[in-house]
Structures are given as C-alpha cells and as structure tokens.
Design a protein around this ligand. Structure first.
Ligand SMILES: Cc1cc2nc3c(=O)[nH]c(=O)nc-3n(C[C@H](O)[C@H](O)[C@H](O)COP(=O)(O)OP(=O)(O)OC[C@H]3O[C@@H](n4cnc5c(N)ncnc54)[C@H](O)[C@@H]3O)c2cc1C
Length: 257
C-alpha cells in the first residue's frame, strides 16, 4: 500500500511573522513541518504497517531553503520526500498549489492521498478537495478515523453532532483532523536514517507547468493583512434581584432569544 501525504513547511509559529509587499508570509527563515500534517504522516505510517507492505511519500510545495520539516517526516518513518520549489511559484494560490501537487502525485499514482483538514498558516481548507478533483479521485474530508479494507477506504467523518461512516473506492484523497492518531516522536535512529533518505527537489519546468502556476495564473490575491481584534472586556451585571431579567434582556438584544 503506497500512500502520499501532502505536507506543508511553515514558518515557526513561535517566531515573529512578517509579510512582504504583496502580503505574502515571509518564508525565508526557519521552516518547520506544520503540526497539522504530522497527523497525516502518522496515519499513513500506521496504514502501511497494517497493510504489511508499501511506503509513505511526503510531497510539498514551497521554499526549500530549509527542509527540516521534510526531514522530520522522514525521521518519523516516511520513505522519501519530494518538494517543488521554484522562484516562479511566488504568488501561486491554493488552486495553483493543488495543480503542482497533483502533477507530482500523477508521476507515481499511490493507493491513497492524505492531507490535513487545514494548514496552520493559510487555513483555507480548500486544497484537499481541489487536489481530489484534479486527480479525478473521490474525496472524504474531516476524517477522525481511517481504515483500509481491501480496495476501499472507510472513514469516520466528523460532523457537528457525531460522525458519519463513509466509504470510497481507492485511490482516494482523505483529509484528516488533528486527533485522528497520536503522532510519534522521531527516534534518534529515525533522525539518523532520515539524513540518507531520498529528498527530491523539482522545478516548475520539471513538471511541465511553466506559465500555469505562479502569480500570473493565480485567481486569489491577498488584499490586506490585519491583526485579529483583541477581545473586549465583557460587561458585568451585578445581581440586585433582577439578574435573570438583565440576562434575558441582553440575550434578546443580541437576538439569541
Ligand atoms: C495569494 C497567495 C499567494 C501565495 N504565494 C505563495 C508563494 O509565494 N509560495 C508558496 O510556496 N506558496 C504560496 N501560496 C500557497 C500557500 O502557501 C498554500 O500552500 C496554498 O494556498 C494552500 O492554502 P492553505 O495553506 O490555506 O491550504 P489548506 O487547504 O488549508 O491546507 C490543507 C492541507 O493541504 C496540504 N497543503 C496545503 N498547502 C500545501 C503545500 N504548499 N504543500 C504541501 N501540502 C500542502 C496540507 O496537507 C494541508 O494541511 C500562496 C497562496 C495564496 C492564496
């Protein structure tokens, strides 16, 4: 069973973040494996283990000035990594990113593609379904449990009130939620082994996508980036025998009642 996990390297959320003139996140510094993607890597490793054969490949698009995040996935147990990195990718939007990742995945079609539900720096949550569409594969989102049975995948799909049991034929794209499994820590042996595992860097020309991706082909632009509003202090009601009425009046004013 061969599984591709799409993983994103993101600027360390603990470090101060900055944006360039086009409102794109500065990714020139330290990059780490998005924590959201560690769940997909772990899930894939467990599924391959259960299947008794096959391998996990991690695929990424982004700056390759720091590949520590990909080495981390390799140290966890993935067999190889592919990163598409190219100056001409600057300004590529989510659909362009999906096109790039789909081109890599098509070179050696896997049995299953895993993504996280949303990345920790972009949060659009759109890429997994775009990828499925481009690969002409079924897509199941919000997986909180994944099992492979023969030639199909069975997913417990998180809903607001519980979960749905959904099955789809393989190959399929599944996006997993945090908590689907507990990601392992890389062992010292894993970290040493990761240093010699294959990590391929591809350009846009290698994929035959020149002119299709990059700022020119993007349909999304970031018009502004603003700091999230800090929470205002709440209003305090002192109960002088009329506390319940005050609460009801407040709930009516915000149209909850
Ligand atoms: C206006 C704009 C400009 C951009 N400019 C650049 C740029 O200059 N350079 C650049 O590299 N990217 C650029 N991007 C791409 C961006 O960083 C995201 O990768 C892409 O938009 C996907 O959006 P998201 O992170 O919200 O994905 P989501 O849909 O929230 O991600 C869900 C999951 O999809 C997978 N995934 C998402 N992105 C990637 C990725 N890049 N590689 C592998 N797996 C992934 C992961 O599994 C992730 O957890 C740009 C995007 C926009 C909208």
């Amino acid at each position: 069973m061969n599984i591709v996990v799409c993983v994103k390297q993101i600027p360390d959320p603990a470090a101060p973040q900055s944006f360039d003139a086009s409102n794109n996140l500065d990714r020139s510094g330290k990059l780490i494996l998005d924590e959201a993607d560690t769940y997909g890597v772990e899930m894939a490793l467990q599924l391959v283990d259960k299947a008794g054969g096959g391998e996990v490949t991690v695929v990424s698009m982004g700056a390759a000035n720091d590949v520590a995040g990909l080495r981390n996935a390799l140290a966890m147990g993935a067999a190889k990594a592919v990163i598409v990195s190219d100056e001409s990718l600057r300004g590529t939007d989510a659909l362009g990113t999906a096109k790039v990742l789909a081109s890599v995945i098509r070179r050696d079609p896997p049995d299953l593609v895993l993504c996280a539900t949303e990345s920790s720096d972009g949060y659009t949550g759109t890429l997994p379904v775009q990828l499925a569409e481009l690969l002409a594969m079924p897509s199941i989102t919000f997986a909180k449990a994944v099992t492979v049975e023969g030639s199909s995948v069975k997913v417990d799909r998180q809903t607001e009130s519980g979960y749905d049991e959904v099955t789809a034929p393989l190959p399929c794209v599944v996006s997993v939620t945090a908590g689907v499994v507990e990601p392992r820590y890389a062992s010292f042996k894993g970290i040493m082994a990761a240093k010699s595992k294959p990590l391929e860097t591809l350009s846009v020309a290698d994929l035959g996508l020149a002119g299709e991706v990059g700022a020119g082909g993007a349909r999304q632009t970031i018009v502004d980036v603003v700091a999230a509003e800090s929470r205002q202090a709440g209003e305090k009601y002192v109960d002088e025998g009329d506390g319940a009425q005050k609460i009801v009046a407040f709930l009516e004013s915000i149209k909850v009642l």
